[in-house]
Design a protein around this ligand. Structure first.
Ligand SMILES: Nc1c(C(=O)O)ncn1[C@@H]1O[C@H](COP(=O)(O)O)[C@@H](O)[C@H]1O
Length: 165
């Protein structure tokens, strides 16, 4: 992946404390050579920055936004309300409620404003889903995904060897 390439995936999070989870999304993009950017943007703490980011995302050339947030996780939904781009929400595992608060805040969107929500803490799946969305219009990327799935299946079958019967 060229460092200078224009980002196609915007990875945003409510706080830098979410980075350990969102890092896996960035790594998945990098694994497939998908250019991405990473920002801290908060619907609560920097609402105007959040509105600006979401409103300009498509014009700037982004194709998918991954938004991670914890607790009262309004960021993914608010961003989805302001952009025509697909938004993938990542519920962060919170201390008090183990991420159930984040999950329910993100997943229960009203009809008309979808957010594709991954499992609590699953930044990697968010990254892979973003890559898959981009691959619908990129045959080279599609081929990489097919190879990835083959490798994953081989690794899964290989696990049988370690079992004692
Ligand atoms: N849920 C949100 C939003 C938002 O939804 O806009 N902004 C920050 N936060 C969350 O607050 C948690 C604690 O943040 P701190 O670690 O900075 O106290 C983080 O998980 C963040 O995503």
């Amino acid at each position: 992946m060229k460092k200078s390439a224009k980002p196609l995936v915007g990875i945003i999070m409510g706080s830098d404390s979410d980075w350990p989870t969102l890092k896996a999304a960035a790594e998945a993009c990098a694994e497939f050579g998908v250019p991405h950017e990473v920002r801290v943007v908060s619907a609560h703490r920097t609402p105007m920055d959040m509105a600006r980011y979401a409103s300009n995302a498509q014009k700037r050339g982004l194709k998918v936004i991954i938004a991670g947030a914890g607790g009262a996780a309004h960021l993914p939904g608010m961003v989805a309300s302001l952009t025509p781009l697909p938004v993938i929400g990542v519920p962060i595992e919170s201390k008090a409620l183990k991420g159930m608060d984040s999950l329910l805040s993100i997943v229960q969107m009203p009809a008309g404003v979808p957010v594709a929500t991954v499992a609590i803490g699953n930044g990697r799946n968010a990254g892979l889903l973003a890559v898959k969305i981009l691959a619908t219009s990129d045959s080279k990327l599609q081929e990489k995904i097919v190879s990835f799935k083959k490798r994953m299946a081989e690794e899964s079958r290989a696990k049988n060897k370690n079992l004692v019967s």
